[in-house]
Design a protein around this ligand. Structure first.
Ligand code: TYD
Length: 134
């Protein structure tokens, strides 16, 4: 799987009552979802992540608040600010990711195409650099 990251904007159903977003496999979600988790109540100054996955596809959505996501793969280093519920960050393949600057109200929803598996994690940065081949 080629490592890649991209922002995806979701269509919003909005009317005078407010807004609604629907995510559907194969439509605005480019993978079948097997797992959903969310990170919230992150304490001030705390950063999370600091790992890569070998194969996983994930979509990160700050449904409330904001967070900065740093991604590294191949020769690339990218930094994204997620701060709107109609935008998702797609992360595929061998990407080192770190999450910083969580706002106190941040709720970060993560959709994944596989079940939780510790064997798919690379938690050691030096190991990531070796597997990244750079
Ligand atoms: P961790 O990998 O430290 O989260 P992050 O990298 O986002 O900071 O996960 C925290 C704990 O939650 C750890 O004990 C593993 C567990 N966990 C699951 O059981 N299932 C999951 O889907 C995830 C993402 C974590």
């Amino acid at each position: 799987m080629t490592a890649d990251t991209s922002l995806i904007r979701f269509g919003v159903f909005g009317d005078n009552r407010g807004s609604l977003i629907a995510l559907e496999n194969g439509h605005n979600l480019p993978f079948d979802v097997k797992r959903v988790y969310y990170i919230y109540g992150t304490k001030e100054g705390v950063s999370r992540g600091f790992h890569a996955h070998r194969k996983l596809k994930q979509m990160l959505i700050a449904v409330r608040g904001s967070v900065t996501v740093k991604c590294e793969y191949g020769d690339r280093k990218k930094e994204y600010t997620l701060n709107r519920p109609d935008e998702g960050l797609l992360i595929e393949g061998l990407v080192w990711r770190e999450m910083h600057d969580f706002s106190p109200d941040c709720v970060l929803v993560v959709l994944a195409d596989e079940y939780y598996s510790e064997s798919d994690y690379i938690r050691d940065y030096e190991t990531f650099l070796k597997e990244n081949g750079k």
